[in-house]
Design a binder for this molecule. Structure first.
Ligand code: HPA
Length: 247
């Protein structure tokens, strides 16, 4: 029986459909998470929810305390994490409004606290990260999308940039040459920390703009808002199918 958490990002301060029954303000060895973690019922199933940017604050991607966030979730008994990430689209299938289930990532972030492994037990952990996302959870998400009638692009390389600024056009061309299909800012070190802490983890990316240099318009939060709203609604339908199918 899995204990599921949703870690949400840009545009999702409250997760619609989640009836909150408790709120956990936790302290971890790494400090406080982005905000207290909501515990609620979602379509009759227990679901934890954490906004990684910490609304009503707005913690930028490079300052999020990913270690505290993941540690706090695990201390609540969470063993399965679905992450929602807003991203820019690079390759042709990654059109604005698409929901994508990436299968790989490239980490371009720097200076973030990216491990809970400080060798305390006298040995180092060196997690296997060949497949950064959990295969069974990805399969369950694929099935849930299909059952909910939500179209989901299966597979893609998620390039995780440092931010908080968006990329230059040349940086996006380099990301494309590296094999990235998507670019976001919050996918790491979250995925690796979940692996270190023994939690299943998969990301669902919402494409909210063409990456820099690929569209005709300036990239602004306003321009992302419509895509965010549509993606979030579709994602909620998919998550409802997931909780019903994998109680
Ligand atoms: N780049 C990086 N992160 C993002 C983008 C982008 O174009 N859009 C949303 N998050």
């Amino acid at each position: 029986m899995s204990v599921l958490a949703l870690v949400g990002g840009t545009g999702i301060d409250q997760f619609e459909g989640l009836e909150i029954v408790d709120r956990h303000a936790l302290e971890t060895p790494w400090g406080e998470p982005s905000r207290p973690i909501d515990e609620g019922q979602f379509h009759g199933h227990r679901l934890f929810f954490l906004q990684r940017h910490g609304a009503p604050r707005a913690i930028p991607p490079h300052l999020i305390n990913y270690r505290a966030n993941l540690w706090a979730l695990r201390s609540l008994g969470v063993d399965t994490v679905v992450a929602l990430n807003a991203v820019g689209g690079i390759t042709p299938a990654m059109v604005t409004g698409a929901l994508v289930l990436p299968d790989q990532l490239i980490d371009y972030t720097w200076g973030r606290e990216h491990t809970v492994d400080e060798g305390a037990g006298g040995h180092l952990q060196h997690i296997d990260f060949t497949q950064p996302y959990d295969a069974a959870l990805r399969a369950a998400l694929r099935q849930a999308a299909s059952d909910a009638g939500v179209s989901l692009v299966d597979g893609g390389v998620h390039g995780v940039a440092q931010g908080p600024r968006l990329e230059t056009a040349a940086e996006v061309r380099r990301l494309a040459r590296d094999g990235c299909d998507l670019v976001g800012m919050t996918g790491m070190p979250e995925a690796a920390l979940a692996r270190e802490l023994g939690m299943r983890y998969a990301s669902v990316c919402m494409v909210v703009n063409p990456a820099a240099g690929l569209g005709d318009e300036l990239i602004t939060l306003e321009s992302m808002r419509d895509a965010l709203a549509g993606c979030t609604a579709a994602f909620a339908r998919m998550l409802a199918a997931l909780v019903v199918e994998t109680p």
